[in-house]
Design a protein around this ligand. Structure first.
Ligand SMILES: Cc1ncc(CO)c(N)n1
Length: 228
């Protein structure tokens, strides 16, 4: 019996085991009240606009963070898959920034005047701290995956069967909720699991704590747009 449980654990990978262990807090991020209002069609336009404007600022800061993960992958990974997957993520950020500009235009938001709120500043500070060469690749990669997967799950939830997402928000939800982005998150997750298999107990602990920290920051980020 013990054997079977172990095999099962190995099959699901460490990241999946962590998501199950921390399911309540993970769900608080992926099924956040703001996301629920998008999904049920009751979202207020000013809540959406707040999210859009703040996320544009976040993504700008996310670019150098992803670049730092790429550098770590080039230096430390013995597996070329890592570099290619991360490079693909970086490349799509160029299009993402253009999309934010177009979308902001549509909603009448002047991006140059947006001021980052505290939750955003805190999150960007975390990204900045992760860019340090002292932070090991496994921990930074775990953070990267966690950041992407929260958005993927959240927005996929808004385009599932039975969702009442307003048509003008569908494109946003599809950006992160689409199948391709889902596959990309799975690729990242696989890279993380590979690294975690070889990690020391200390690294494992740090990576798990980092996952939780990202989830908390994502919740705070959504909170900027909740029912106001
Ligand atoms: C806050 C936040 N988390 C994750 C993503 C996904 O890239 C994003 N754009 N913004």
């Amino acid at each position: 019996m013990q054997e079977i449980v172990k095999a099962e654990e190995k099959k699901i990978g460490m990241t999946e085991a962590w998501l199950r262990k921390h399911r309540p807090v993970y769900q608080a991020a992926t099924k956040h009240p703001f996301i629920r209002t998008i999904r049920d069609g009751t979202v207020q336009s000013h809540s959406f606009k707040t999210w859009l404007a703040q996320d544009y600022l976040f993504v700008r800061e996310f670019v150098p963070f992803v670049a730092s993960v790429l550098i770590k992958a080039c230096k430390e990974s013995d597996d070329n898959d890592d570099v290619e997957v991360i490079l693909g993520g970086m490349a799509s950020l160029k299009d993402e920034i253009s999309w934010f500009k177009r979308e902001a235009n549509k909603w009448g938001i002047s991006l140059s005047e947006v001021i980052p709120q505290n939750a955003n500043k805190n999150y960007c500070q975390l990204l900045e701290s992760l860019m340090s060469p002292e932070v090991d690749y496994t921990v930074a990669l775990t953070a990267f995956w966690a950041i992407e997967v929260v958005y993927q799950e959240s927005f996929a939830h808004c385009i599932e069967e039975g969702s009442k997402t307003p048509p003008e928000l569908k494109e946003t939800c599809e950006r992160w909720g689409n199948e391709g982005f889902g596959q990309y998150c799975k690729s990242l997750q696989k890279l993380v699991d590979q690294r975690l298999q070889k990690a020391s107990d200390d690294e494992l602990k740090k990576a798990e704590v980092m996952l939780l920290s990202i989830i908390e920051h994502e919740i705070e980020f959504w909170n900027m747009s909740r029912g106001n």
